[in-house]
Design a protein around this ligand. Structure first.
Ligand SMILES: C[S@@+](CC[C@H](N)C(=O)[O-])C[C@H]1O[C@@H](n2cnc3c(N)ncnc32)[C@H](O)[C@@H]1O
Length: 272
């Protein structure tokens, strides 16, 4: 299995058949391709046979049939998420870092996540908890679950055995698994709060991600009503990239304005 994140960082990483490859053109446009022997990558400046990339080191330069130079890199998770095919709306990379750090996701934990959606956050959580952990990712829609499974397989090379994809209701998984951490990216996380209050391990962290203010209010109401959460934080993440080119040093004109509000809450000891 090609598990990109588990590679020895000292190893010189060469492209192999089946790998994801990000090609960057002279205008900094990025393209995500999966490498297959005999296939070709086509764009407005000609084409590049995949066989010319397979075997190269990550970070190599290749030339298209029309003479354009492209940089070939293994995509970071953030690149992969921004370029992958989406079904449901994904968690953006800018928010993933906060989910992992403030949601306190760590190797070896048992984590329940829902909904699997497009599988973007599943890749991030699965990579962090690693093979000593157990991620149960739950999705109620079969079409979304099937799409996510393909995405996760593309990212890891195969679905890691520590990532369990379930079709169903997240409440059932929380009650059965009694996880260390719960991460909810679905429209009604407040409906899941009573199950998390009853079944998540003491001291565990519940993370929720919602796009609107009324949803945020309903989450706080549900946490108050459960009476077994403390240290609650609500936040949003703003990220502004900059253009640094000669004397033009300024923020970029465009940014991702709004994605969602994050809530983190600690589970107290004792039954609710
Ligand atoms: C916004 S998407 C999740 C996107 C995902 N976090 C990602 O990064 O790709 C929300 C998903 O939650 C699913 N969903 C909604 N309520 C659910 C529930 N109670 N149990 C399981 N899945 C649910 C929806 O079908 C939808 O696919």
């Amino acid at each position: 299995m090609r598990f990109l994140s588990a590679r020895d960082p000292n190893e010189i990483v060469k492209f192999e058949a089946g790998d994801q490859c990000m090609l960057i053109d002279p205008k900094d446009r990025k393209y995500l391709v999966q490498l297959f022997p005999g296939s070709q990558f086509h764009f407005h400046r000609g084409f590049v046979p995949h066989d010319e990339i397979i075997g190269l080191d990550s970070g190599s330069t290749v030339e298209s049939s029309a003479g354009a130079k492209l940089t070939a890199l293994h995509p970071r998770l953030a690149d992969f998420v921004l370029k992958m095919k989406r079904g449901a709306q994904v968690v953006y990379p800018k928010d993933m870092g906060h989910i992992i750090i403030w949601g306190d996701i760590a190797p070896g934990q048992t984590v329940v996540e829902a909904g699997t959606g497009s599988g973007a956050l599943t890749c991030a959580l699965g990579r962090i908890i690693g093979q000593s952990g157990h991620l149960v990712s739950v999705e109620r829609r079969e079409d979304h679950a099937a799409h996510a499974a393909k995405t996760i397989e593309r990212f890891f090379g195969a679905i890691p055995q520590w990532i369990e994809l379930r079709i169903g209701e997240v409440v059932d998984a929380v009650e059965e698994v009694r996880p260390d951490r719960v991460v909810l990216d679905l429209p009604e996380p407040f409906a899941v709060v009573p199950a998390v209050a009853a079944a998540m391990q003491p001291g565990g962290v519940l993370t929720t991600y919602v796009p609107t203010v009324p949803q945020l209010q309903l989450i706080q109401d549900a946490l108050d009503e459960a009476g077994t959460f403390a240290d609650v934080t609500h936040l949003e993440v703003m990220q502004r990239t900059w253009n640094v080119s000669g004397r033009s040093v300024r923020p970029d004109h465009r940014m991702i304005g709004h994605t969602g509000f994050l809530t983190f809450a600690r589970k107290l000891a004792g039954a609710p």
